[in-house]
Design a protein around this ligand. Structure first.
Ligand code: SF4
Length: 369
């Protein structure tokens, strides 16, 4: 079955693959070793991830019909990997009015979207009321559309501004119609890395507190990782084990989304960062995630925004089973050099069937439509 588990492979490496196939929990040491897979080892890793994907979710590849709405790019943050944010009053800075947000939701409904994904910068003048108004603007157009909105960083910002516990902030958002939360702002969930690339951002423990509170209040979240910058392979493995620990407590993660770092127009680029992530590393990332999250997070998403459509398609045979959504517009990766910002359902279906999987539209929480 796993033909690549040949004599050419280090027996220790091969043993890790067999343990993953047996559904065992891989350790940080084992994850780190997998992230260093080369040549034949890499082929065996990919083949193992493809087999585990088949066992866990079958030969179905999913996508969601959704729309991104980035309501402002004005942000007081200073994340060194971000090309999206602008200071208030600077060129290119914008804030959408509630009318503009409603119009975007109307277009999404007309397009057949089942979800709007709403995130923005930390606007210095925003209070809790502004975030609630955004939710009301969506609900004034559609009672049914799934609102996937506000990262842990934004929820933390609301809590700080209002001097409220996160639980109360999340409940207030839920009362206005929030359905789920993007597990972004995770970057690498290791404080050493965060101190360098995003020192002002929520700490690892605060991220966990917000995510776990969402889960306990019945709000599912995604889980993400920004990879390919200054992190070590061991820190990637630590991140995955950390997500697995949270999932073991709350079972609130719907999916894991590896997000490859795009360096253009970022502070890291200006500081001389040399990009090193390549397609081989993208394969490793998706495949290792499938092995390390086995029996904890079933859905691994390949982001066509970050990878480009063809490489994202290839990830569907390297552990991933989902191709993200139509998005209709994409601003964050485009600011960092991304080229494609929308996909039609037919294009996503062609990519999925081209990878040999059965394409199926899904809801945000992975019910097949
Ligand atoms: S990543 Fe988010 S919080 Fe950080 S600077 Fe960019 S918009 Fe602001």
């Amino acid at each position: 079955m796993i033909n690549c588990l040949s004599k050419e492979i280090d027996p220790e490496f091969s043993e890790i693959l067999w343990r993953a196939l047996d559904g065992r929990k891989l350790t940080v040491d084992e994850g780190e070793r997998l992230f260093k897979a080369k040549a034949t080892e890499l082929l065996a890793l990919i083949q193992t991830a493809d087999e585990i994907r088949r066992r866990q979710v079958g030969n179905v590849g999913t996508y969601v019909v959704n729309r991104n709405i980035n309501f402002t790019n004005i942000c007081i943050g200073s994340c060194k990997f971000c090309a999206f944010s602008r200071r208030k009053g600077s060129q290119g800075a914008y804030v959408l009015t509630t009318e503009e947000i409603s119009n975007k939701v109307k277009e999404a409904v007309k397009f057949g979207a089942t979800e709007v994904c709403i995130q923005g910068g930390l606007h210095p003048d925003f209070r809790m009321e502004n975030y609630l108004e955004i939710l009301r603007a969506v609900r004034s157009v559609s009672e049914d559309i799934h609102i996937h909105a506000f990262s842990p960083e934004e929820i933390n910002y609301m809590a700080r501004r209002e001097e409220l516990p996160v639980k109360e902030v999340i409940k207030a958002l839920q009362d206005e119609g929030l359905n789920s939360v993007p597990g972004t702002a995770a970057e690498i969930l290791v404080d050493r890395v965060r101190k360098v690339i995003c020192p002002q951002k929520v700490s690892v423990e605060r991220w966990r507190e917000i995510i776990e509170t969402c889960h306990r209040l019945g709000l599912p979240t995604t889980a993400t990782m920004l990879y390919g910058h200054i992190e070590t392979m061991r820190e990637r493995a630590q991140h995955l084990v950390f997500l697995r620990e949270i999932q073991g407590e709350t079972w609130g993660f719907t999916e894991f989304i590896p997000l490859g770092f795009m360096h253009r127009n970022t502070r890291l680029e200006r500081a001389g960062f040399k990009p090193w992530r390549n397609a081989i590393d993208d394969f490793r990332m998706h495949a290792v995630a499938r092995l390390m999250l086995t029996n904890y997070i079933d859905n691994i998403q390949a982001s066509w925004v970050k990878l480009g459509p063809r490489l994202a398609q290839a990830m569907l045979r390297a552990g991933a089973n989902d191709l993200s959504g139509t998005l209709m517009e994409e601003n964050i990766s485009r600011a960092a050099g991304g080229c494609v910002s929308r996909m039609m359902p037919r294009q996503l279906e062609e990519l999925i069937s081209g990878a040999g999987l059965i394409p199926r539209q899904r809801t945000t929480t992975y019910e097949l439509l």
